[in-house]
Each structure stands twice: as C-alpha cells, then as structure tokens.
Design a protein around this ligand. Structure first.
Ligand SMILES: [Cu+2]
Length: 155
C-alpha cells in the first residue's frame, strides 16, 4: 500500500486554500511504504514500527517527532551493534530526509519505538502513527500489525 502525503505549507494550501497551483518552496512531498509492526504479547514490553520513507521533493526535510494514541511515547531509535556483538539502542534525534533519498526503518536499524503501550498490538489490526516534520507537516500513517514472528513487511 502506498500513501502519498503532502506536508507543511503545501498541505495547508491544499486543505484550506483549495486548488490552484500551490507554490511553496519549503514544502516537501514524502512517500511512505512498507509500513508494519510486529504483534505484541501484552503491553509490558515496547513495540516497534517500521517503514520506508522517500523524499520526492527538492529540499531536505526533518522528522522531528512522532505521536500515537496507542502508546504513551513514540521515539525514533537506532540499534547499534558493538565490536563484542552487544546491541544497544539510542535515540535517533531529528532525522534528516535528503531530497531524492529513501530512508528505511527496519529491524536491526532505525525504528520507531512505542513505549507505554495502552493495549497489545494484535495481528491483523491497524494502528495510527503520526509523523511530525520541521515544516509543521503532520503525516498520519496507517500501520498494519503483522504476526509475532514477522521479519519484514511481507515475510
Ligand atoms: Cu528502540
């Protein structure tokens, strides 16, 4: 499933101003694809959301935050594996999306961690995660919950 969502001033123009040819230099076109999360057993452990973002605009845009109603907090994390094979997670901070580039959130790398789950993630259900951008854009993303053994969006 592909969703095409406009962020920031361009989205505002389309929403409030109607049609005509919107010209907004600071707007970005972001595509999101391969969105998924793994089902959880209960709510005691955090969940993670994965997806691929593509910046089809001509300028860089920054992801600055995440919101969802299913968890108390949603944060971008980066998983790192040190020389001893020990993996640790650290907050990824603001995430730059370069023009023309893809950014992949996947197990073992970047992910959105959902902490303080309000209810378990159930296979087959969908949850909503909002991506917040530095130009004021908000992108609601529909996250499909896959099985507990899923390793990717399709396997
Ligand atoms: Cu994490």
């Amino acid at each position: 499933m592909k969703e095409k969502i406009l962020t920031g001033a361009l989205a505002a123009l389309l929403t409030f101003g109607g049609l005509s040819t919107p010209v907004a230099a600071d707007s970005q076109e972001i595509l999101v694809d391969d969105v998924w999360a793994r089902a959880t057993i209960g709510v005691s452990r955090p969940a993670a959301v994965y997806f691929t973002l593509r910046n089809t605009g001509g300028d860089a845009v920054k992801l600055i935050g995440f919101e969802t109603t299913i968890a108390k907090r949603a944060e971008a994390h980066r998983l790192k594996i040190d020389a001893n094979g020990i993996s640790t997670m650290e907050p990824a901070g603001e995430i730059l999306l370069r023009p023309g580039n893809d950014l992949v959130f996947e197990p073992g790398g970047l992910h959105i961690m959902l902490m303080g789950l309000q209810e378990p993630l159930v296979e087959g259900d969908s949850i909503q995660l909002d991506l917040l951008f530095d130009d004021g854009g908000r992108m609601p993303v529909n996250v499909r919950v896959r099985g507990i053994a899923a390793r990717g969006p399709r396997n």
